[in-house]
Design a binder for this molecule. Structure first.
Ligand SMILES: Nc1ncnc2c1ncn2[C@@H]1O[C@H](COP(=O)(O)OP(=O)(O)O)[C@@H](O)[C@H]1O
Ligand SMILES: [Mg+2]
Length: 494
């Protein structure tokens, strides 16, 4: 028994205690109390320490962040001075920034593979916003890459925006079902087909044109067309005397008939009217021209362009397509057909009030070999802005443009000017041997160039002026069914 206990017991048992015992008891009680306090404090402290240890174990990161290689991983706020700069500067300072995109105005194309956002494109909107100086585009890529599908998606989706669509070149006839599906019309041209186009049609007369101007425009257009046709047939430029003979015959035809047609021109070339024949040699001068053009009237292309048009150009239709699939095997016939058809279409499109229109040249590499066509196309492209037209040229490789004419020739520079006038260039998958030429023509970076052979179906590198996007075009199942070309593409040759 301890001393305190003994004292305590004594107190309880005696009932009366002396002063010394009482003092001793008080001292003992104070000591007990102090010890208990001490014990409680220690327990509390131990509990606190245990809590701390436990919460330390639960924490993922030390409060002030890790040290060494893991530094900067900290749950506390990371304070750096604020810095503001232009995206041009940041592009260099932090090269992993994705493009902001072209905004949401326009036609949905698909997904921007860099930023993951949707990619929207509209040549007219970009032109209005000053992002491009001309609303033309070229699409290049190997067979089966999805170029035509892209064209189809772009133009069918823009119908909802009130745009109209003209397919100026469709050697595979693959746009015909789409024209029919959207309530438009496809004109199938070829031997034995009922459709006939008169390339000498006056065309649509824009409102506000006075008689003299209109007459001069029509005359100039007819002269250019017949000249181009003849050059294509002769496969050489016209001589000055041939120009004169053709001019005179065209003049006589227009003067003497209500609806001028090609057979009359051939007739007047072979048998010029006496009054026009100043030196008596006009018939001789125009002989080659007459025989070249005769092929359109009597030869293998008879029945296509040698009478009044049986098809009227209806500007209210949402879509019009010239289906050239029936003459696609014959390259020469195709070029003649294209020349006539594009003249007819141009005359109809030359209306500044005609609204915004797409003009699509699919499989355009077939046209590029023909200088006369290239010239027409170039003239047409220059006028695109004025008439509200966006042209789209679809071909296989950039070198298709380089194979036009000889180096330094007028044709080569025409092809270069076509490309220069198209500030939207979409590159689909390219063969490895084409990479150098493509990269050089378009000024691609090394990364962009190595990307090209790896692109999948519907994936393309879009270069819009100096900006660049990697886009996956997306099709709705109904669109995919309508745009299907799988069976045809497998039999295609270049
Ligand atoms: N983005 C896409 N998604 C799904 N199918 C596509 C896509 N692009 C093209 N296709 C399909 O691939 C096939 C070949 O496409 P196409 O546009 O005819 O190729 P190209 O004109 O480049 O030769 C078509 O049947 C088309 O429907
Ligand atoms: Mg195609």
């Amino acid at each position: 028994m301890s001393r305190e206990q003994r004292v305590h017991t004594a107190t309880l048992t005696t009932g009366h205690e002396p002063g010394s015992v009482r003092r001793a008891r008080r001292r003992a009680a104070a000591t007990v109390l102090a010890r208990a306090r001490q014990d409680g404090l220690q327990a509390a402290q131990e509990r606190l320490a245990a809590d701390r240890a436990e919460s330390r174990d639960l924490q993922f990161l030390p409060r002030s962040g890790d040290h060494g290689p893991a530094a900067l991983r900290t749950p506390i706020r990371f304070r750096v001075p604020k810095h503001q700069d232009t995206s041009a500067i940041w592009g260099a300072a932090y090269p992993f920034l994705a493009e902001g995109g072209l905004g949401a105005d326009g036609v949905f194309v698909g997904r921007d593979l860099h930023s993951g956002s949707s990619f929207v494109y509209d040549p007219w909107v970009l032109y209005q916003r000053g992002l491009v100086t001309a609303p033309n585009m070229v699409v290049a890529g190997i067979v089966g890459a999805g170029k035509s599908a892209l064209a189809k998606a772009l133009y069918t989706r823009s119908l909802a925006f009130g745009r109209r669509v003209y397919i100026a070149c469709d050697p595979k006839g693959e746009h015909t079902p789409i024209a029919e599906a959207v309530g438009g019309k496809a004109i199938a041209l070829g031997p034995g087909m009922p459709a006939r186009l008169n390339p000498l049609d006056e065309g649509h007369r824009p409102s506000g044109t006075d008689d003299a101007t209109w007459h001069a425009q029509v005359t100039a257009r007819r002269r250019t067309l017949v000249g181009a046709l003849t050059e294509t047939m002769l496969d050489r430029p016209l001589h000055p005397v041939e120009h004169t003979a053709l001019d005179v015959a065209l003049d006589t035809t227009v003067r003497t008939s209500d609806v001028p047609i090609l057979p009359r021109v051939v007739h007047h070339l072979l048998a010029p009217e006496r009054a026009d024949d100043v030196d008596g040699r006009l018939a001789e001068d125009g002989r080659h021209v007459a025989h070249a053009l005769r092929r359109l009237v009597r030869g293998d292309l008879a029945g296509l362009f040698d009478g009044p048009s049986t098809v009227r150009f209806d500007p209210s239709l949402p879509m019009l397509s010239l289906d050239l699939s029936r003459v696609a095997e014959n390259n020469n016939a195709l070029s003649v057909l294209m020349t006539c058809a594009s003249a007819w279409l141009e005359a109809a499109l030359a209306d500044p009030d005609g609204g915004q229109r797409w003009v699509i040249y699919d499989e355009a590499w077939r046209l590029m070999a023909h200088p006369a066509l290239l010239r027409r196309m170039d003239a047409h492209w220059r006028l695109a802005r004025h008439y509200g037209i966006a042209n789209m040229l679809v071909f296989h490789r950039m070198s298709d443009l380089d194979n036009v004419g000889d180096a330094g020739s007028a044709q080569r520079s025409l092809a270069a000017s076509l490309l220069a006038n198209a500030e939207t260039r979409v590159i689909y998958r390219q063969e490895a041997d084409q990479l150098g030429a493509t990269a050089q023509t378009l000024g691609l970076t090394g990364t962009e160039t190595t990307l090209l052979p790896t692109l999948g179906l519907g994936q393309g590198l879009w270069r819009i002026r100096n900006r660049s996007f990697l886009v996956q075009a997306q099709l709705h199942p109904d669109e995919a069914r309508l745009f299907e070309t799988g069976t045809r593409a497998s039999g295609e040759t270049q």
